[in-house]
Design a protein around this ligand. Structure first.
Ligand SMILES: [Mg+2]
Ligand SMILES: [Zn+2]
Length: 179
């Protein structure tokens, strides 16, 4: 009999508008700009043993606004940049479809989150989703993990949807630590 794998807790992270500034279909790594406070909180979570998994909609590919190579170059730089700050991103799941494709991996669908959980032995019920848009919160809710709306002036989210609202990365850290 094989030993059961101990399930891990994860923080599923939206990327654009949450970890880096949302510049709209960013395809040039030079345009990457970290959101203030992200490094400090992600470093702390990483040190505490949380798996950090990026779940990102990159429909710019499916819409023909960027190539797969451009998308991958941006993502590789984000991961490298974070690693330089002592933050290990366990894995990244990027949906390249356009909304018309009706795929299972574009948030708020939970295909990517579930795949990530299987591949990295994550206990979804002990995990979190952090993101700035309603699709992030709905994805987390649909998958039944705890949700934090990273509130910005750009997007509105119905207040009853997220479990918590954070106006800064410091607040994200507080919510996760206090829970
Ligand atoms: Mg976002
Ligand atoms: Zn997809």
């Amino acid at each position: 009999m094989s030993k059961p794998t101990a399930l891990k807790r994860a923080v599923f992270l939206d990327r654009d508008g949450t970890i880096i500034r949302d510049k709209g279909y960013l395809k040039d790594p030079a345009g990457i700009e970290l959101v203030p406070g992200a490094v400090e909180t992600l470093k702390a979570l990483c040190r505490e043993g949380w798996k950090l998994i990026i779940i990102s909609n990159q429909s710019g590919v499916g819409r023909g606004l960027m190539t797969l190579d451009e998308m991958n170059a941006v993502q590789a730089k984000v991961v490298r940049l974070l690693r330089g700050h002592g933050i290990e991103i366990t894995a990244s799941y990027l949906c390249t479809h356009s909304p018309d494709d009706e795929c299972e991996c574009r948030k708020p669908a939970i295909g990517a989150l579930e795949k990530a959980s299987k591949e990295h032995s994550v206990d979804i019920s002990q995990s979190w989703m952090v993101g700035d848009r309603e699709s992030d919160i709905l994805c987390g809710r649909n998958a039944e993990c705890s949700t934090i709306w990273f509130r910005t002036p750009e997007f509105d989210v119905a207040r009853e949807l997220p479990d918590f609202v954070a106006d800064s990365w410091a607040e994200v850290y507080e919510k996760i630590s206090d829970a």
